[in-house]
Design a protein around this ligand. Structure first.
Ligand SMILES: [Zn+2]
Length: 136
């Protein structure tokens, strides 16, 4: 996999636009104690360019599970659906928080496949969200 260097200036512009939180699961950088990663929404392996319009922030978990995918199979419709694009799509149209605020629910086919493909409700993150919710 090709890895183009991203200048600190571009990295900062992307981070500021993303509000220093993961574009998929919305985890804020300041509660992880780790820098968010730069996600190529169209992966470099699929000729996605290293330009601001193709970059957003993602946590290590979402970025790792997303890998080089752009689409995933929707188990409800059996169709291949594009993963959520945090730069172009509105989070609240495709996702919502479950009743206790620890799980992300996909509202659309795009939301459903993204929750599943990026494993946005894996046990460790739900455990962390329980602490974050209890801390307010
Ligand atoms: Zn995330």
């Amino acid at each position: 996999m090709r890895k183009t260097r991203i200048s600190s200036r571009l990295r900062r512009r992307v981070a500021e636009a993303a509000g220093y939180r993961c574009g998929y699961c919305l985890t804020p950088q300041r509660i992880t104690g780790m820098k968010m990663q730069i996600d190529h929404m169209i992966p470099e392996a699929a000729q996605g360019p290293t330009i601001e319009e193709n970059l957003w922030l993602a946590c290590a978990s979402c970025n790792a599970f997303k890998g080089e995918r752009t689409h995933a199979l929707d188990p409800v419709t059996g169709r291949h659906v594009h993963l959520f694009n945090p730069r172009k799509q509105r989070w609240s149209r495709h996702f919502k928080w479950g009743d206790d605020g620890t799980e992300i629910v996909g509202l659309t086919a795009c939301g459903r496949v993204t929750v599943a493909a990026l494993q946005m409700n894996h046990r460790e993150i739900v455990g962390a969200r329980e602490l974050w919710v209890s801390a307010g």
